[in-house]
Write a protein that binds this ligand. Structure first.
Ligand code: AQP
Length: 337
């Protein structure tokens, strides 16, 4: 398939621990499809990770594990540019310029900051607060036109669009930055916690039973699905009947997404079944998809220098594009360089 060279995809994943089914179904599965038809740049966003304190050795391990997960899920470093964010200084430089373009009022509306900072806002890092400006820099440094993300990142992406438009307007450089489009999975864009269907599945949730990690063993997956919260009602015929059953809906959505079925089709197949029986089928499909990924991750991690070489190769390619763009950006802003 010929790639469309006018379209550039950028997305990133934070190396903050084991990647989970939400990262896979909400983002990485889509990354793999996109690399067949567009120029893709995928980044291990370590600068984002340190907005919350990370143990330095753990951060190194997590960065390599995130890269290993990308490859194990099917990303090809010959087809896509894959690198770690901190190795390309243009991200931080453009983020500073965007700190000066973005408005405080815009920042104050970001719900993820409120969720992550919790009740102790005064103690959150300034980095966590301006995180969305760095995300805009990540995307626009490469003049990316499309950004595959989970639904939880939609608000940040809207801010990137606002920043691109304001920069183009303020510096009178119409269309310099493209206004990036989100690519969010249509049917199922947010995988929820296995313990609470109203909270998203997340790496930072305390209970490991709230998520399926991509490195979980067969036994762990079976146990977690067995323990996943549901209710005593059988599977209904229509999706509307799941409106007040978020945990049941989440498990049916996971099954549908993994098997590439519409949830309506899954309901048609499963109607009337008890959740105990459905859970067995769900574990089977999860084991068949997740365990091979986990085995590949383990295998890749045993060859650290191979992983470091992949990152180095990717960051050289990323620097070429970003240096060229940053030179133009600096000229537009009025810096002498
Ligand atoms: N539950 C989810 N459902 C769908 N998509 C999700 N993503 C994350 N969780 C879900 C998508 O995965 C990509 C990478 O996310 P990230 O690791 O960079 O940051 P995050 O969204 O903050 O993920 P976590 O797991 O919640 O991490 P922590 O706990 O460290 O904050 C993004 O495209 C995201 O949308």
């Amino acid at each position: 398939m010929n790639k469309n060279f006018n379209e550039v995809v950028f997305s990133g994943v934070q190396p903050t621990g084991n990647l989970h089914l939400g990262n896979y179904l909400g983002a990485i599965k889509n990354f793999v499809e996109l690399q067949k038809k567009m120029n893709c740049i995928y980044c291990v966003v370590d600068l984002h990770a340190i907005t919350v304190f990370q143990d330095p050795n753990q951060l190194k391990n997590n960065s390599l594990e995130t890269l290993a997960t990308f490859i194990a899920c099917g990303l090809d470093f010959k087809k896509s540019i894959i690198f770690n964010q901190s190795s390309v200084s243009g991200h931080a430089e453009l983020a500073w310029i965007f700190n000066c373009v973005s408005r405080l009022g815009w920042m104050n509306r970001m719900t993820q900051f409120k969720e992550k900072a919790g009740s102790n806002k005064e103690n959150a890092s300034v980095g966590l607060y301006v995180y969305p400006n760095l995300m805009a820099a990540d995307i626009l440094l490469y003049k990316a036109t499309h950004v595959p993300v989970g639904d939880d990142q939609k608000q940040h992406l809207e801010l990137s669009r606002d920043i691109a438009q304001k920069f183009n307007h303020d510096f009178k450089c119409k269309n310099f930055f493209p206004v990036p489009e989100p690519l969010i999975q249509k049917n199922f864009s947010r995988v929820m916690s296995l313990r609470d269907g109203k909270k998203k599945m997340s790496k930072s949730e305390d209970s490991d039973y709230s998520r399926i990690n991509l490195t979980d063993t067969e036994d762990e997956i079976i146990k977690k699905i067995k323990k996943a919260k549901t209710d005593s009602l059988p599977i209904p015929e229509k999706i509307q009947d799941l409106k007040n059953r978020p945990e049941a809906l989440n498990l049916l959505n996971i099954y549908s997404s993994i098997t590439n079925l519409k949830v309506e089709k899954t309901l048609e197949e499963m109607v009337g079944k008890d959740f105990s029986k459905f859970k067995k089928q769900l574990s089977d499909v999860l084991v068949s998809v997740v365990c091979p990924i986990g085995r590949k991750i383990k295998d890749l991690k045993s060859n650290r220098s191979h992983l470091v070489n992949i990152l180095n190769e990717g960051s050289n390619k990323a620097k070429k594009i970003s240096n060229e763009n940053l030179k133009k950006i600096k000229e537009i802003v009025g810096f002498i360089n």
